[in-house]
Structures are given as structure tokens and as C-alpha cells.
Ligand binder design. Sequence first.
Ligand code: URA
Length: 429
Amino acid sequence: MSEPFDAVDVIRAKRDRRELSDAEIDWVVDAYTRGVVADEQMAALAMAILLNGMSRREISRWTAAMIASGERMDFSGLSRPTADKHSTGGVGDKITLPLAPLVASFGVAVPQLSGRGLGHTGGTLDKLESVPGWRAELSTEEILAQLEDVGAVVCAAGAALAPADKKLYALRDVTGTVEAIPLIASSIMSKKIAEGTGALVLDVKVGSGAFMKDVEDARELARTMVDLGTDAGVRTVALLTDMATPLGLTAGNALEVREAVEVLAGGGPPDVVELTVALAAEMLAAAGRDDVDPAEALRDGRAMDTWRAMIRAQGGDPDAELPRARETHHVLAPADGVLGRLDALAVGVAAWRLGAGRARQGEAVQAGAGVELHAKPGAVVRGGEPLLTLHTDTPERFERAVAALEGAYDVLPEGDRPLEQPLVIDRIA
Ligand code: URA
């Protein structure tokens, strides 16, 4: 079959800042998925998009072409409204774990089709796989049945959902083209729109531990995604949230599950509770339930009941002991004072080097590995006492994890206060 376009012409057009036509976009995404456009050609096009951007029409069409590369799910037969959340990824971001059962406890179905972590941000599936017996792979029938019975599902996104994105994301990862706003927005939104959720709340992270280091870039990404969702008929809202320092007091799989269970039991670190409740309120409002207080369901155990049912429905034992790493190493506070800064990216890289994350797709992760924080910025610390505890099964990893943390924190004189940044920076609807 002869092809209607030539990949080199499409690359040259974007290189020379021309807008791509709908037909060119449909073709290049489809031809790449079929293997007609080669990886090196798509890499060149992705770099041209990163450098020269895309118009709203181009991004919208690119997203539609990625959706059309695969199957769409259909939740319209459920008796409950659906709402989903997507985070652009951060360090210690375990919010999905308490959030999905919390929102489901109000009768809203939460289909959380997730991925595994690559690089310094952990994947939700890797975290849940530290629960003994829990399985991530579910059939479409199992997903629908669990949404109807329990209300919340966290599982692996099937290969049939936006396959063009799977291929393109892997290519971007190795060609320095992940950070292009049109490509991030279309990647995330193609999967969420194909998934078929009725409402979507985006948690767009800003700061050292996030893709977007700068608040204006994060705002542009959020606006682009909200527009894509709204144009596709999905009620979409974004919160811009701080990722200068890790969320909560843990980064690492089982460590984060333990912290999420504390939140579900009505405790847990205040920042994790604040963000869980803020995102839950947005999801519930978008699903038509702005008459309820999500914080109450954390206090009275309803969210915990749904968590236990959600874990059991996927073969997990909510009462089982979570794995612990065999070895620990303390990083000590260098002086008395107030913790001024604790860099999210450095903690994420340290957790990853300890074995909590993977360097290549398909590698196994250590369930118990990660970093435990004993103080957050603004807290008083004592010189010589533990600031961080590093956990791993393989102690030869400590040295490189400690190296990642060099220069990652500072201790201010007692009485000084670090610059305070609100956790929720902005809301974009
Ligand atoms: N997450 C995605 O799914 N895609 C991106 O491009 C970036 C983050």
C-alpha cells in the first residue's frame, strides 16, 4: 500500500514551524504504530515538537489519533458515576492509595488504570505489589465487576489502551523528549479519555521532584490537559501542587503503603491527608457529590473498609505484614537547627538507587527499599540524630544513595523559618 505522506516531509514541516494538518497527524501517529515511520524519524519529530510546540488544534488531533490507535473502555453500563485522578508524578506520591477507596466510599466508581515506575518517581502498581497476594493484572470483566461491587480498582492499564502512546513514551524516554508539553498532555489525556472516565482530576506537580520545575510551565501543561479533557466531554479539573520536597515521610513501595494505611486509619502525615482530601473533594464534586465531606470518611473508617475490600478483591491480604528491607542506614542531621530544605528529586533518586525503582523496563523492584524522613522542612532537628533512614536488602547500594543526598538538605539556625510554599498552588478548571 502506498503511503499518503512522507515522514521526512512531516518532520521538516514541524522543524520549520509549520502547523501539521489533521491528515498529516492522523497518518504519522498511525504509521508509527504500524512500524512504517521508523523510531529515528519519530524521535526527530518529537524533538521538533519539543522545540517548536504545537497549536491547540494539533494537540487535540494528536491526542485523538493516539486514542484511535487502540481500544476504548466503556463504563456507561455501571450504576455509579465514574471519576479518576492522574498525577504527573512525584516523590512519595502515594495519594492514589488512600484516595481511590476514599472517593469510592461515597458511591463514586474510581477506575485507576495505572503504570509502573520508571526513573525516580515510583509507580502505584509497584507500591501495591508489596501487599502479599495482590495482583495488578485484571481483565475488563473483572474491572467492571469490581467497580460495581467495591467501587475502586487500581490495576494495570491493558496493552490495548492507546498503544501509540506506549511506543512513543518509550522512545521519548531515551531521546530527551519527555518534557515536551504537547507530548506529555496528549500522552496522559489519550489514556484517560480512552479509559472512559466521566470526570478527571489532574494533580500537576511543580518543583524539583516533578517533570515541571517551573510554575508557569506546570500551569501551561494543566491548561492544555484541562482543555483536551473538556473538549472530549470529560469533566476535567487540575490542581497545581508542590513537589519541591517529598510528599509525606516515605518514598519507596511498602514504606508508602504503610503510610497510606495510616491515612486511611485517620492519622498519617498532614500533607498527605491535605492533598488526599483536596483531590477527593474535586473528584466528588466533578461526579456530582459536592454535598459530602471526604475528611469524615477517613475519620470514621468508611474509607478503610473500602480499601480492605479493594485489596481483597485483587487477591491481596490487607492484614498481612508488609515486607521490610533487611538493612538500614541513618543519615544524620549535621547540626542543631530547623530543616530548611529537603530536595524531592534527591530523595527520589536515593530511593531508586536503594532498589525501590527500576532503571530499565521489566526489572524487579525491592518491596522494602526506600527512604524514610524523620523531619520535613520547618521542623526542628538535632545534630547527630537521624534525619533520614535508608532501607534496602542490598547494603552495597547505600553508598550511591548517600551520594544522591549530598547537598539535598540544609539546616537553618534555630528561630529561622524556611520559605513556605502552599501544598496546593493553584486550581485550573
Ligand atoms: N506520564 C505519562 O503518562 N506520559 C507522559 O508523557 C508523562 C507522564
